[in-house]
Design a protein around this ligand. Structure first.
Ligand code: ADP
Ligand code: MG
Length: 634
């Protein structure tokens, strides 16, 4: 942490999962627990005398339904009466306490029961986050920024503050979750002297059990803060989320298992708790896997040597969840309509995706389609709220968060080419927003997939640059090497978010990637990278040149070699021999470069390549007239 500034953590106290994050000169980041896990399930089990929080409580929740408290956020600051609609979703009992406020009824081991407040349960979750933070930071944080849904009323906000106090935390600010999500992306933060104009942002948050959509307006310089987000409208559905997808999948599997066991399909299949638990967690893992894979297989042991086996495809899942996604889009339509007057015709400038379920490709597609723009997905959707809380904490602690938010791109951005060199697409010090494109092709005949790896840095070789991410452009129809035309476009928008897209023109195939290039980079690091590139400039340039010569010569050799074999019979022997010699000479250069690139003279290499190129002109003519003869229609 920076010296002289107070330590304030950012906390996302979620319905399903909670996280703690900090932000310093390296930017915001989530603090993992000792097992490297970043999300703490918001589940608390009350054993006699002590509380068990997180993964352990979640994994045993079906065994202890009466003493395991999940989704406690739904009860915060509400009366037992208000929460009545939620009760059927909860496994524990709720009763009215003081002034009708909701209390959780916990059975005692020896008989009898006791009441705990939602604040006390949330305090247990917060205490476990404080422990996570203390392990990494070396001291327990005393202050926190905690996020709350934009629609939380005074009582719900007050309850959240109380939970913080019970956990020994001074809650310095409650921040609306959508505001935090926007802050995590740097939306609205002041940039080296440039004041942000009014900007409108939509935050689409699909979590475990709740869906929230918010339309925000960023108004600079109000209330003494560098930025101020006004919530123009909120919408959503308090009972729509990832859990519903899990239940849909459980239903499908239940029906199929019943059929396999020869049971009446309409009769509900009664499963022992063990099998039920297996089924629910299997459903969740299938759902998660299908966000990155096209198919996922399930395998359940039904006992007596019977096994239920099933492969679920992404297409099938998408069909199943389309009605749920439709409902979220309908909420978006209503939220946009409610904000219409306040927006006064101004456009939406960014859509931010929040919540684990927004990793689902169908959700991303539908949101992009509805709002007519690519939503922000560069940050982990289940971390983005905590990251934003940490950014707010950093601003409140007085350390400067704007140090890295420049109106220029501090380091070049590019893509790895054959042989490991980096083709720079956007050059450093370009002002944002910046856009540039570059054409690439394949290296092998019939290559159907291209891996695109995005790098940041000033050095010429990928191994010396910082890898930002990679993606694949797949299903390219078979074509000879060098024929596909892949246009790679880089766009860095005003918030510093980089969108890379690749488009193969002949087949129309597309793929893309989104990252925030400057996250995790300190100003000192940027300086060091610049210095390094100066030190190595000459050597790097030579290597880049040699690598490109090797890649291009290989394509030439392949093309010329094939045509030489086909037409050797009609060429004058002296000309064929001249070509053979030029080929041998160029091959020797390639071999030497591969053995030790420092031992080749790039000028000589380039001359060898030129010599072959010049010598092959006649061969090209022969080849063209041959194909004209074969195909008179041309
Ligand atoms: P909350 O804000 O309600 O605490 P989260 O944002 O943590 O919830 O979202 C949790 C939900 O996201 C769960 O239903 C979980 O199964 C789902 N989820 C997590 N990862 C993925 C994924 N890769 N694809 C689809 N759903 C996912
Ligand atoms: Mg959430």
């Amino acid at each position: 942490m920076e010296s002289g500034s107070e330590l304030i953590v950012g906390i996302d106290l979620g319905t399903t999962n909670s996280l703690v994050a900090i932000s310093d000169a390296l930017g915001p980041r989530v603090i993992p627990d000792e097992h490297g896990r970043r999300l703490v399930p918001s589940v608390v089990r009350f054993d006699d005398g002590h509380a068990v929080v997180g993964n352990e409580a979640k994994s045993t929740s079906l065994d202890f339904p009466n003493t395991t408290v999940n989704s406690v956020k739904r009860l915060m600051g509400r009366s037992a009466e208000d929460a009545r609609d939620d009760l059927k979703f909860l496994s524990y009992r709720v009763a009215p306490g003081e002034r009708g406020t909701a209390r959780i009824v916990l059975p005692r081991k020896g008989g009898g029961e006791r009441l705990v407040s939602p604040e006390e349960v949330s305090a247990e979750i917060l205490r476990s986050l404080v422990r996570v933070a203390r392990r990494v930071l070396g001291r327990a944080p005393a202050k926190a920024v905690i996020t709350v849904p934009a629609y939380f009323d005074d009582a719900q906000r007050q309850a959240t503050r109380t939970a913080g106090r019970l956990a020994g935390l001074d809650v310095v600010r409650l921040v609306p979750e959508p505001t935090a999500a926007a802050l995590a992306y740097g939306i609205g933060l002041p940039r080296a002297g440039v004041k942000p104009g009014p900007r409108n942002v939509v935050v689409y948050d699909l979590g475990g059990g709740t869906f929230d959509v918010s339309v925000l307006r960023l108004t600079p310089d109000e209330g003494g803060e560098p930025f101020f987000f006004q919530v123009l409208s909120v919408g959503g559905d308090s009972h729509l989320g990832g859990d519903d997808i899990d239940h849909l999948l459980v239903d499908v599997m239940r029906r199929e298992i019943a059929a396999q066991l020869g049971l009446d399909a309409d009769r509900t299949l009664e499963l022992p708790p063990q099998a039920r638990r297996q089924l629910v967690s299997l459903a969740e893992s299938l759902k998660v896997r299908l966000s990155s894979e096209q198919a996922a297989a399930a395998h359940i042991d039904l006992g007596d040597d019977r096994v239920y086996e099933r492969t679920l495809t992404r297409e099938e899942l998408e069909r199943l969840i389309t009605p749920l996604v439709d409902r979220t889009i309908e909420c978006c339509r209503r939220a946009m309509a409610a904000a219409e007057r306040a927006l006064g015709g101004e456009p939406i400038s960014a859509v931010v995706l929040v919540g684990g379920v927004t990793r689902t490709p169908l959700v991303r597609r539908r949101v992009a389609e509805f709002f007519g723009m690519e939503p922000y997905t560069a940050l982990d959707p289940d971390e983005v709220v905590a990251l934003g809380a940490a950014v707010q904490a950093q601003i409140l602690s007085g350390s400067r968060r704007d140090a890295l938010l420049l109106d220029v791109i501090p380091l070049s951005l590019g893509i790895e080419t054959a042989g490991g060199a980096v083709a720079k697409v956007i050059i450093r010090n370009s002002t944002v927003p910046a856009r540039a494109t570059e054409m690439f092709s394949t290296q092998a005949d019939g290559q159907s997939s291209i891996r695109l790896t995005v790098y940041q840095g000033e050095r010429e070789m990928a191994e010396h640059c910082r890898k930002l991410g990679e993606f694949h452009l797949r299903d390219i129809p078979p074509m000879p090497a060098g024929v596909p035309q892949v246009e790679v476009a880089f766009l860095v928008d005003a918030n510093g978010v980089l969108n890379v897209s690749a488009h193969e023109r002949r087949s129309g195939k597309r793929a893309g990637l989104q990252v925030v290039p400057n996250h995790g980079l300190s100003p000192e690091e940027v300086e060091r990278i610049e210095r390094d590139s100066l030190t190595h400039a000459r050597e790097d340039m030579t290597r880049h040149r040699v690598v490109d010569l090797v890649a291009n010569s290989r394509l030439d050799l392949k093309w010329i070699g094939e045509r030489l074999e086909r037409h050797r019979g009609v060429l004058e022997p002296a000309y064929a021999a001249e070509l053979d010699a030029a080929i041998v000479a160029l091959r020797a250069q390639i071999e030497q470069a591969q053995h030790d690139w420092t031992s080749v003279n790039p000028e000589e290499f380039a001359r060898a390549k030129d010599a072959l190129d010049r010598a092959s002109v006649r061969l090209q003519e022969v080849s063209i007239s041959a194909s004209l003869r074969e195909n008179p229609a041309l």
